[in-house]
Design a protein around this ligand. Structure first.
Ligand code: SAM
Length: 282
């Protein structure tokens, strides 16, 4: 038995026949000390609801509940995991709700009360798609007070990178514009069963009350996408066609036309988005 009175995760997996499925990105965390450590990344959870995506056999779920989350709402695509999650529901009466379904299709908001933290250890493609959705809602500040997300380390670095870093690009600019993002932990492949090929990292993102610098989000995204499409080219070349007088727009934004995307701060991209918007409106 373990601290929560539930069986160790290896036993849970054996009892419920949860052999890992590659198609669902199943690399499970079986060390409850480690899942407790991840559950502490968001800070005090008492008085908060947690949206957990992809609970699997429930290691992180158990960590979040043991750390005092008021309620965990867990969305899991693999119905084989439901009996294991039911056992956790019995150990924490009234505090765990499970939705069986695809997190890309389920709207969980009616089931949660603020403040809401999000925690997830997801397959890479699903995690990135959800992160972008959570960073680009219709309203800001968003519904969530924090995101605690596991990614492969290379993706985590793309989220927290700054100008001059090899990983600096669209994801870092979107995340840095809207949030304070940091890598809270890194994990070796052996932390997972089965071990993936790459290292992983937990990223913690806290929303800024408002984006760091004013800019139209769609235009900022267009500018950044075009600039990083050819990241080593000078901006006057990579941004050609964005507006007829792109060099003027760059100068107005305080950027040298010979500058390269990988060295431009978020402030510069926001100023450029404003200059582009002004020209399009004129
Ligand atoms: N949280 C568990 C842990 O840390 O051990 C499991 C992590 S495993 C990397 C990813 C989990 O996400 C699996 O349980 C998988 O079935 C689930 N999953 C994959 N795609 C999903 C989706 N679109 N919606 C909800 N769950 C999904």
């Amino acid at each position: 038995m373990t601290i929560d009175g539930l069986p160790p995760l290896r036993e849970v997996i054996a009892t419920h026949g949860l052999s890992a499925r590659k198609a669902l990105g199943q690399n499970f965390l079986l060390d409850l000390n480690l899942t407790a450590k991840i559950a502490r990344v968001p800070g005090d959870l008492s008085g908060a609801d947690v949206l957990e995506v992809g609970p699997g056999p429930g290691g992180l779920t158990r960590g979040l509940l043991a750390e005092g989350a008021r309620k965990v709402l867990a969305i899991e695509k693999d119905a084989r995991c439901l009996p294991a999650l039911q056992e956790i529901q019995q150990a924490y009466p009234g505090r765990l709700e499970v939705i069986s379904g695809d997190a890309l299709e389920v709207d969980p908001l009616g089931h949660l009360q603020g403040p809401i933290h999000v925690a997830a250890n997801l397959p890479y493609n699903v995690g990135t798609e959800l992160l972008i959705r959570w960073l680009t809602p219709a309203q800001w500040p968003p519904f969530w007070a924090g995101l605690t997300l596991m990614f492969q380390r290379e993706v985590a670095e793309r989220i927290v990178a700054g100008p001059g870093d090899k990983a600096y690009g669209r994801l870092a600019i979107l995340a840095g514009w809207k949030t304070k993002a940091r890598i809270a932990m890194t994990l070796a492949p052996e932390a997972f069963t089965p071990p993936p090929k790459v290292h992983s990292a937990v990223v913690h993102l806290i929303p800024r009350p408002e984006p760091l610098f004013p800019a139209n989000p769609d235009i900022l995204e267009q500018v950044v996408a075009k600039a990083f499409n050819q990241r080593r080219k000078m901006l006057r070349a990579s941004l050609k066609g964005l507006v007829p007088d792109v060099e003027d727009a760059l100068r107005e934004a305080g950027l040298a036309p010979t500058e390269r995307a990988e060295r431009v701060e978020i402030e510069g991209f926001a100023a450029l988005a404003r200059a582009v918007e002004a020209r399009r409106k004129a």
